[in-house]
Design a binder for this molecule. Structure first.
Ligand code: SAM
Length: 249
């Protein structure tokens, strides 16, 4: 999707974004814990959460940090940030930050988070390298992303499209290494259960941005495929995550 189309997608989604996942507060908690363990925020830490969305994970970081700068190009998503003086909204995309097109609340950062955002960055190596330049010595850079093989109960065409568009965590790790960081990748998964109808409503609501590329008719055919494959009342799967952590020595 082009950047204006992506922004429109998230502006449209903003009001219901959290309903998709709030269904499982345990998942948010588990993911937040994985992020906090890796970024290790303390009361002096200044965090930059790039593509923060509604701040689902900025909030958990702000509990420990001095401040979390919450950057996102979608005004709609940012408008759902909770009022908290440690959450500093910044309407900007990663590329705006790297190009210096927006004044930043802080010149440098102890921790940078990109959670479910790298697939929106057309020039991944340049953007990651540019963000890395904002990292203080000893700073930690975490990319949290879905692996290419999702294992989601989606229809085949969506899974194929996702695999084609989603960057490989290895490529992200390579870009952070080239930018001068010491990098490690870890994989994990959290078991989730949805009623089938709830999951189908999420698909119909295009809860993932790739679903926006399917027409209503294509989506309904995909939903028929899901119904055929999952005849029972519930759908269980593991919500997968790849953590790519880079540290500036
Ligand atoms: C899937 S949401 C993730 C939001 C949040 N990080 C989370 O995990 O809940 C992707 C977010 O990336 C933002 N985004 C899209 N393109 C971006 C870009 N070029 N730079 C920074 N953020 C971008 C979208 O507006 C959206 O809020």
């Amino acid at each position: 999707m082009r950047s204006d189309a992506t922004r429109a997608h998230y502006d449209r989604l903003a009001g219901t974004y959290e309903e998709n996942w709030i269904y499982s507060p345990a998942l948010i908690e588990w993911t937040t814990e994985g992020i906090v363990q890796r970024l290790r925020p303390t009361s002096t830490t200044v965090v930059l959460d790039v593509g923060c969305g509604t701040g689902l994970y900025s909030r958990g970081l702000a509990v420990h940090a001095k401040a979390v700068v919450c950057a996102d190009p979608s005004e709609g998503m940012l408008s759902h940030l909770p009022a908290d003086e440690r959450l500093v909204p910044l309407r900007a995309g990663a590329e705006d930050i790297v190009a210096g097109r927006v004044p930043l609340p802080y010149d440098s950062y102890d921790a940078i988070l990109l959670k479910e955002v790298v697939h929106h960055l057309p020039d991944l190596p340049a953007t990651l390298a540019g963000l890395t330049r904002l990292l203080r010595p000893g700073g930690r850079f975490l990319v949290s992303m879905l692996p290419q093989d999702l294992g989601y109960p989606l229809f085949d065409a969506a899974l194929r499209l996702f695999r084609r568009l989603q960057p490989d965590p290895g490529t992200v790790a390579g870009a952070l290494t080239d930018a001068g960081l010491d990098v490690e990748i870890s994989y994990d998964g959290f078991p989730v259960t949805f009623t089938r109808e709830r999951y189908i409503e999420m698909v119909r609501g295009r809860y993932m941005s790739i679903l926006s590329t399917f027409s209503d008719a294509e989506l309904e055919r995909g939903i028929d495929e899901i119904r055929g494959r999952y005849p029972g009342p519930d759908i269980r799967f593991a919500e997968p995550v790849a953590f790519v952590l880079g540290v500036r020595r």
